[in-house]
Design a binder for this molecule. Structure first.
Ligand SMILES: [Zn+2]
Length: 51
């Protein structure tokens, strides 16, 4: 089941800039992972702008 673990880790990309995340460096917010709090702010800001 090692392959499944790798698959899960690979899906941990920043929802803002799509940069690959590590266990140490990630920011969880609204069901998604971001590389930084700042990246989440940018992403949420861009999403609300359309409304
Ligand atoms: Zn990011």
């Amino acid at each position: 089941m090692i392959e499944e673990q790798q698959k899960t880790e690979k899906s941990n990309n920043c929802a803002g800039c799509n940069k690959q995340l590590t266990k140490l460096k990630r920011y969880y917010r609204d069901g998604k992972y971001y590389c930084a709090k700042r990246c989440w702010k940018e992403a949420s800001k861009a999403g609300k702008e359309g409304k």
